[in-house]
Design a protein. Structure first.
Length: 141
């Protein structure tokens, strides 16, 4: 029966919590790579997940896409990795705020904003069912 096949729905809370944990680690690492600064425990990571269908439908806000740029050329040895993982970023001049748009082999995309102060507006609150995550560094389990 089709119901016996172990398929994971992206709407399941376990999947969404794992995705939030992954996003927290990824965006903390990218923030460090581009700023040289560790996100303090007082910081916040705000993430939005987009399925491939949402990406193709243009659901990543244009305002976000207009802010980022600077795509690095990701390589392992001489092999480009950009078809597997690619991202663009923007870092505030004081390096306490960074923004990333990441794509994963046309499977899904994530937008992540890292702020070293947790003073972001309330409309950036977490809504797991919509793929909107709000997490703190060092508390990603």
């Amino acid at each position: 029966m089709l119901g016996d096949i172990p398929v994971v729905s992206i709407a399941q809370p376990d999947f969404l919590r794992a995705l939030r944990s992954f996003a927290t680690k990824l965006f903390c690492a990218l923030h460090y790579k581009h700023t040289g600064r560790i996100v303090p425990a007082s910081g916040v990571i705000v993430t939005r997940f987009f399925s491939n269908a949402q990406v193709f439908d243009g659901m990543i806000p244009a305002e976000v896409l207009n802010l980022v740029g600077n795509p690095p050329d990701l390589r392992r040895a001489k092999t480009s990795l950009n078809d597997q993982f690619a991202y663009e970023n923007q870092v505030a001049p004081e390096k306490t705020l960074s923004l990333f748009v990441c794509g994963f082999r046309q499977s899904f995309a994530m937008v992540g904003m890292v702020s070293e102060l947790d003073d972001e507006p309330p409309h950036l609150e977490e809504k797991l069912e919509y793929g909107a995550f709000r997490s703190k560094p060092f508390r990603h389990t």
